[in-house]
Design a protein. Structure first.
Length: 494
């Protein structure tokens, strides 16, 4: 790149940082540079630092400010510009000036030219290498490009995209990615995926457009985290190994070699599956493909939201899905056919209420307390509803069941400010009612006290006796004669 074009790049870049510096430093926008532009900036910065003071360019302050702005960039995209002729393709591209980098995207850049990637292993969250002619995954995860580093863990890396390269095998390099969540290894030449077993926390895995002949064997913890798996455009003839991934939501199997619907048996263990794509397989051309596929699904999926080959299931296909007995509706028999056991705690409400017992079977009066007054007929009706069935003999009948069910008689709701007196209603037989009424009348007659007409005279005589003491005997005869005469006259008046 000549000096005129390079200076133009530096001027435009300074203007960009002046306008969008905040967005670039927070990661809201990404900085996209071409390989020749970044190499020219690096040479310019190196010449100003190493040259003598009298040869320092007047643009030193601007270059220093530009270097500070590059150190705050969080997202960098580095691409190859074919329109600019350059003769320094073999020179290295240093990433040392990007001190806050978290997302690195390289497109058509030879990884051997990249230096400074070792220092970014602890802070990078996303690493994308598109069409970088990568043939060995160790070149990026272990050697770190041109740094030729040793093995070290990428503790912050969450997303890895190595699509459109020349990878043939994975090896054991994935064990250095303990926090990996999304992986894209599509459009490679993978036929051996033994390294997949080291991945435990991945949720999205893209292995389409490779040369796989079997389903990869994932780690023991992947069954709880893997939700999206893409295996399209491979050479799969069976699905053995999918039965352990019961957390899958989306499974893409289009353009493989699945010939028979019996090969879909592992789908019965995918209880959370929502999207299944089988377009392009030989079985897809079967006239009853959708019905036969629905029969191989899990009995716990939701047919109303399930999508097969980018279409929802029809009513006939929903009926073909196996249903679980756990979720089958419970059908109860009709009320007249319910038969309850004598030891059961449930009551057969279909039986009619037994008739009330006769007067000869009652053992005595039963008192029912309620908050409102009830007539004798209403009380008998309430009592008859709780009498035992007719098959129970009168000898076993007692007043205890009636007392136990007195709480079932719901009192009226009391009004505020008014107190309702509690009244007692007696349930009596006909004979006992007559005797009780007679006894009540006699007791009421006896309890009615008639005041004595001469009560004051008796009290006066008693006081007189206490005063006279020994002379009381002398006045007794005269007093008795007066009382007898007055009592006789009172009797005749009556």
């Amino acid at each position: 790149m000549n000096a005129a074009v390079g200076e133009k790049y530096i001027f435009e870049l300074g203007k960009l940082f002046h306008e969008q510096g905040t967005a670039l430093s927070t990661g809201a926008h990404s900085l996209c540079l071409t390989q020749p532009c970044l190499q020219y900036i690096q040479r310019k910065l190196a010449s100003t630092e190493d040259g003598p003071l009298e040869t320092v360019s007047i643009q030193f302050a601007e270059l220093q400010k530009l270097q500070d702005c590059l150190g705050k960039v969080m997202v960098l995209k580095l691409i190859l510009d074919k329109n600019i002729a350059t003769t320094d393709n073999t020179n290295s591209i240093s990433l040392s000036c990007f001190k806050s980098l978290q997302v690195l995207i390289l497109k058509k850049i030879s990884l051997a030219q990249i230096t400074g990637l070792t220092r970014l292993r602890n802070q990078l969250k996303t690493l994308v290498l598109h069409r970088c002619q990568l043939s060995d995954i160790q070149d990026v995860l272990v050697r770190c490009g041109g740094d030729d580093a040793a093995c070290f863990a990428w503790n912050s890396l969450r997303e890895l995209d190595l699509s459109h390269n020349q990878l043939e095998r994975l090896g054991d390099c994935l064990q250095y990615l303990p926090c990996l969540e999304r992986v894209n290894l599509s459009n490679n030449k993978l036929s051996d995926t033994d390294g997949v077993k080291y991945i435990d926390s991945v949720s999205v895995f893209h292995l389409g457009f490779n040369q796989l002949s079997s389903v990869p064997s994932f780690g023991p913890k992947a069954k709880y985290s893997l939700t999206i798996l893409v295996l399209r455009n491979n050479s799969l003839k069976g699905l053995e190994g999918l039965e352990v991934l019961d957390s899958l939501l989306d499974l893409d199997l289009r353009d493989n070699l699945l010939c028979s619907h019996s090969a879909l048996m592992p789908l019965q263990n995918l209880h959370h599956l929502i999207v299944l794509t089988l377009i392009g397989n030989p079985l897809h051309f079967h006239p009853k493909h959708r019905i036969k596929t629905a029969e191989k699904l899990s009995n716990l999926i939701n047919p109303s939201v399930f999508r097969l080959d980018e279409k929802k299931l029809s009513n006939a296909e929903k009926k073909a899905v196996p249903r679980s007995l756990t979720y089958a509706p419970v059908t109860l028999p009709p009320p007249q056919s319910i038969v309850t056991s004598p030891h059961s705690t449930f009551t057969n409400h279909s039986l009619p209420l037994p008739p009330p017992l006769s007067a000869s079977t009652s053992t005595g009066s039963t008192k029912v307390d309620s908050s409102n007054f009830q007539t004798r007929r209403q009380a008998n009706t309430v009592t008859a509803a709780y009498l035992p069935p007719p098959n129970i003999t009168p000898s076993n009948t007692s007043a205890a069941p009636v007392r136990e069910r007195e709480d079932l008689v719901k009192p009226r709701k009391k009004q505020r400010g008014k107190k309702t007196p509690t009244r007692t209603v007696e349930l009596l037989d006909s004979d006992e009612a007559t005797l009780k009424a007679k006894a009540t009348r006699e007791s009421s007659a006896l309890s009615t006290s008639v005041p004595l007409k001469y009560e004051q005279e008796l009290l006066r005589n008693e006081d007189l006796r206490k005063q006279l003491q020994e002379k009381w005997l002398l006045s007794t005869s005269s007093t008795a004669t007066d009382l007898s005469s007055e009592s006789t006259m009172g009797f005749l008046r009556r």
